[in-house]
Design a protein. Sequence first.
Length: 604
Amino acid sequence: MLEKFINEYKNKFLLDFSDDFAGEFAKFKAVLLEPKMHASGELVAKLNELNALIYEPMQVAIVGQFSSGKSSFLNALLGQNLLPTGVIPVTAKPTYIKYAPCTMLKALYNDGREEYKDISHIASFVDQRGALADVKSLSIYLPNELLKSVTFIDTPGLNSRSDSDTKETLEILKKVGGLVWISLIDNAARASELSELEAIPQNLKKSSICLLNQKDKLNNEEISRVLTHAKKTYTDSFDEVLAISAKLEISGSDESGFELVKQFLRDKIIAKKENFIVDEAAQISHKLICQYEFFIRIYEKMQMILSEFSEYFDKKSADFLEIYKNEFIKFYAKIKEISNSLSDEILKHISQTSQSYYVQSKTLMGKKVEKITYEAPYLNADEALSKLIYNDDKLSREFKKLRRELDEFCAKINKEMGEVLESLVDKTLIFKGEFETIRKTDEIYSQREFSEIRKFASEVYGLFLAGFERAMFEFSEKNSLFFDKLIIKIATNYENAIKLSVAFFDDKIKRSISAYEDDPQTFSLYYPKKDEILARILTNLNYFEFENDFIGRKPFIQKNIENLTLNFKELESKNLAYLNALKSRHEENIAHLQSTSLIFNLLE
């Protein structure tokens, strides 16, 4: 199966080419039709048309306004009274006049059907009274030597009453290698005519000629004046402007001007056929390069969005971090400030009370029991707890406020950092809207490639935003979990911390009294100091557990933002690499087109 595929590929794309012009063009065509180029059907048709033109006559369009004398000109040029004159061609169809050994007429219908008739039936296909709705085009075959080199196309014109006929004329003008514009000499360069000329492709100028028909109606001075005016007016539209007379040509007069027309056809159109093909090939190559460059710019636009966001995020996160770190310091100081107030309150409830104990000693009279009274430290635990917890809600309000402020600060961090990401979301969605419905602007562009661009644009959320949003969600979750832990261990745990602290010092005082009474020479009474009480409260509030997270060399918020930044950088790097891979395919196609010397070989 694989071997069969390889052989078929070689037979189709790895061809041997002759060294002549036809071989060079065939090579050029093969390059553009390689599978990786995803050629459109229109491009294939265009290349086939140009390839056929190598072996066929040049096509020249005959265009002009109604009753300008197109049919008369062609009849006179070909020396045969073939095309009807004086008929109103309301629904005239394109008529191809080609070489053949014998004279005949072919009608091509819209359903693809072909009908051959004697040339005498031509009038029925151009007369508005005929049934022409189903006719697509006509072909007249004549044994005329000129037609071996030129195929004439008598067009419906650019001012046809039928939009479809006008459109068909414009399509014909995109394909022909030459243009003959027929205008009545006494009606030339009028505004209605000039507006139509704007629709003629600019690349046809060097192979187009304007013929001012019926010069036999004017004298030489009038002809000269009209020609001067017409040449000035038509300078941007035609390579040459001539005055002719079909009537004089039919009569055999040397003054008809038709010899100059034939010379123009020979020198500027027939002799330039290979140049025309080369120019068309160069235009195709240029258009395809422009197409790939356009795709590259689309990917580069997404890269720019990502890079600009990275710079914006770095700046905003650095600014926010300085603010957040200061806020962390303030929160930590506030916890200590509240704890300091607690220690003052507990210290207020430590006093002295008279205590006594009995000591037995030996005397000469025997044993003696002595009562010793002293001042001992005393912590009124019940009153302290009542003041701090049970009968005064001041402390409760303080910690509720602290909890609310911590909640709000957590929400603020998540909101502000999330808003930074929104800038990427907004620009990416604008990008999506700009390109997910894009359509090709030139028929030879690749439908497949444009479809890939639309698909890419429609998937930017999954390709890019989803990863950033997951990273931001993880950041917010870590942030929220940290603050939840903080609130639970400090803001919510304050009552238990106070109870434990009061109980600790009450127990320590009592144990010191017991030890003192047992051995006053060894043990001393314990009087809690302010610093000791504060340290105990801070410990029970888990204050020191969070010290590094609040005021350490790298506090929690810094580590969390740095981790988010690292995740964003990794995503950016991965996304830029992915976009570079997409770009590289088009860059390779551009290099493939630019590196080939086919067009330059053709020019030689």
